[in-house]
Every structure is written in C-alpha cells, then in structure tokens.
Design a binder for this molecule. Structure first.
Ligand SMILES: [Fe+2]
Length: 212
C-alpha cells in the first residue's frame, strides 16, 4: 500500500494538533469506533490534505481547515451499517443509497462545528460527478448553502476529493485489493472528475512510501 509521507516539516505538527483537538475528536471518535478501517483511511486523508495544502502555498489557518475536512469527511458513515461498509461484493441499489447518505449525515452533524467551511468542504467531495449525490435538485431550499460557490473553497474541495480517491485506490477495501501506483494513476486519469492537477501533484510530486 502507498502512504503519503509528509513533505513539509509543519505537516506533522498540524496532523498531531488536529488529532489531539477535543472538538475534532468529538466528531471523529464515533467513526473510529463504528468502523476502524474508515477511521484509519480518514487519518491518512488528513495527512494528505495537510501536505497538499502546504504544497499549494496555503497558510496555517487554511491548512488546518483542509486537514479537519480530511479527517471528518467520512464521519457520516456512522449512520451506515458495518455489514454494508464491509461487504465484499457489489452493493445493491438500496445498500448504495444507504452509503450515499453519509455525506448528508456528515453535513448535518457538523452544523455546530467551529469552522463553518469544514462542513461545506466535507459534503463537496462527491460533487464532481454527473450525479453529485447527495444534492437533490428537487430540494434546493434545504441544501443551497452547502453548495455555495465560495471560490475560496474550490481548491480545498478538489484537494479532499483527490486525496480521498487516491487513498481509496491504493489501500485494500472489503471488495478489492490495494492497487499499484501505476493502476491508480490510470484510473484517476480515466475517471477522476475533479481537477486532475491535484491528482498529478499527489502522485508525482509528493513523497510516497510503500507499507505492508
Ligand atoms: Fe473517504
């Protein structure tokens, strides 16, 4: 499996700071308990978002927000049954609908989070496809604010989508083995609908390590 090694010396400090933050842990710990694999994935996404944030020239405050978004992006999976998260074959239509609820659950549960940008970035990491669930065009009034076109959040949203997909491909899931860097890059090139500039930066520019 490939993991991202911190390229910037500040990254480790921010990583520790976020993981030790009481408010963040209040939201993150239930996921870690419910589905440890998703928790570990989220911790790796945290590091990737921080490091890519610094590589893009963001300052500490923005990088902190990007890291928090990375760690919390899957917290809505506490509302999805473990049997579905661990299923080793294709999900049926109802199971898929259940999994897709996780973005909405996360957005709602983060409504009191101290940095209001985080919930917007968290919910946006699925919006780069033709069918950007959980946005429901029939219910715009409920969900308008989470789809705000805040230009300051455009890059953080792409960064989270990039790191999330990269980690998901290069690590094992119940339904697939870890994929090589070469295969992951090919899939990202073919299927990734966020800005591929960040995917290229992540796979080519950052330090990667092979772990067992
Ligand atoms: Fe994820």
């Amino acid at each position: 499996m490939l993991v991202i090694l911190p390229y910037h010396h500040e990254s480790v400090e921010v990583y520790r700071h976020i993981l030790n933050d009481e408010e963040v842990r209040f939201y993150f710990d239930p996921l870690l308990e419910h589905h440890p694999e998703s928790g570990q994935h989220s911790a790796r996404v945290l590091m990737g978002c921080i490091d890519l944030g610094y590589s893009l020239g963001y300052g500490d405050d923005d990088v902190l927000m990007m890291g928090q978004s990375g760690l919390l992006h899957d917290i809505g999976k506490v509302g999805v049954a473990v049997e579905i998260l661990d299923k080793d074959s294709a999900l049926d239509e109802y199971e898929m609908q259940d999994v897709r609820r996780h973005s909405r659950i996360a957005f709602n549960s983060l409504k009191d989070f101290s940095d209001s940008r985080v919930r917007k970035v968290v919910v946006a990491c699925h919006e780069f496809t033709d069918n950007p669930y959980p946005r429901d065009p029939r219910k715009t009034s409920d969900f308008d604010d989470r789809r705000s076109d805040d230009p300051d959040l455009t890059i953080p949203k792409h960064v989270l989508a990039t790191v999330d997909m990269f980690d998901s491909l290069t690590h094992p899931r119940s339904y697939k083995p870890p994929l090589s860097l070469r295969t992951s890059k090919r899939i990202i090139a073919e299927e990734f609908t966020a800005n591929s500039v960040f995917a290229d930066m992540l796979s080519d520019g950052l330090r990667l390590a092979m772990v067992a």
